[in-house]
Ligand binder design. Sequence first.
Ligand code: IMP
Length: 432
Amino acid sequence: MDFKTLGHTCVVGLHWGDEGKGKIVDLLTEHFDVVVRYNGGGNAGHTVQIAGEKFALHLLPVGVLSPGKTAVIGPGVALDLLRMLEEIDALAARGVTVGDLKISDRANLVMPYHKKQDLLFEAALGAGKIGTTARGIGPCYADKMLRATALRVGDLLRPELFRERLTRIVELKNRTFAALYGDHRPEDAEAIADECLAAVECVRGNICDTTRFFYEAMQAGKRLLFEGANGTLLDVDHGTFPYVTSSTTSAIGVPAGAGVPASTLKTCVGVVKAYTTRVGAGPFPSELDNEIGQYIRDRGHEYGTTTGRPRRCGWFDAAAAQYSVRLSGITHMAVMHLDTLTGLERVGICTGYTTPAGPLPGFVSDSTLLAEAQPIIEFMPGWKDDPRGAGSFEKLSRPARDYLARIEALVGVPICIVSVGPDRAQTLIRSI
Ligand code: IMP
């Protein structure tokens, strides 16, 4: 894969998030001018390891770690401003200065009461809960759709109006929380307004109309890299609804979430792990709730970057990845964590699903049906050689290469990057 010739590109996860998109975005960033977040919010956790140093970003685009690049938070992001400032401070404490960061004035704000609402609502749902990250994502996007109860970044630039609107919204939230959840700890609108209006002073110069910026950047020949958050199967419309997040996580979310024409993307890189994971509730047909799942969890450090929760682990779900590839128009695939599977006697790939009524036609829209379905698993020989020692794609052991070739054939797009460890250097690029 020749990164230098890529047109505007996006990087998205093909399963349920945590695929390792951060590392791929970091790898590609040097070949692009602008790195853009277009969906999600603080629920995402993009981990990047550079020269042995680990950085976990939740809201800032990975591009902020590369000097000379412009990083953009687009209109489709649910922005928790206070948390983003904490992230900037944490980076500064480690000697990383956030350079050119642009924040869309259209992005919706995640407010403190959204996070409270997330927790209250999940608790009220009991066994029916989604298992959210409690970052206020659902309530923020719900308010965006309701419109009258939403606040956007641009509103912070008109302090009096912001205070007025916030006071009305908080009053409504307090009444709702008390009536629906018996919560009698009212939020203090004045205190929230003071905090937000003080915070915006730190980024006032970064706020702009990013739609105009993208147009002008593209006219000037700049190349854009779009960084998807979460994973395609968590897409609010196309994922395992209702066990999804509240934004368009697939590549088809780029035009709307960033504010660029639908024809913008020339390359879509789909990221998967050599196995599959999921956090929170919802169907996961290839899940391994056994010692092999634990083996993968331990070796892959499969504990959430955002919440620390242990991730559910399972065999690589090729049927689900194929669905995501078709939905997003994926052109290339990156396979992460190949090293994690080392040492297993045999490795499995989920090629489809079956039910008492017969096989399913592939990954289906009915989550209940998926939850009841049994995976069809194809086994292949495992490998003992540590892929980290291979040095190149071609020098991977025979069983590892066969495994990747089978994934490629089932999913339907070429694998151009294989990651065999967390560091930038532990990446095998294939020339195709
Ligand atoms: P929310 O996005 O916090 O509302 O969570 C909704 C569902 O999506 C939960 O099952 C979360 O665990 C899951 N989720 C959200 N973001 C991510 C992510 O970046 N990685 C993995 N799972 C996520």
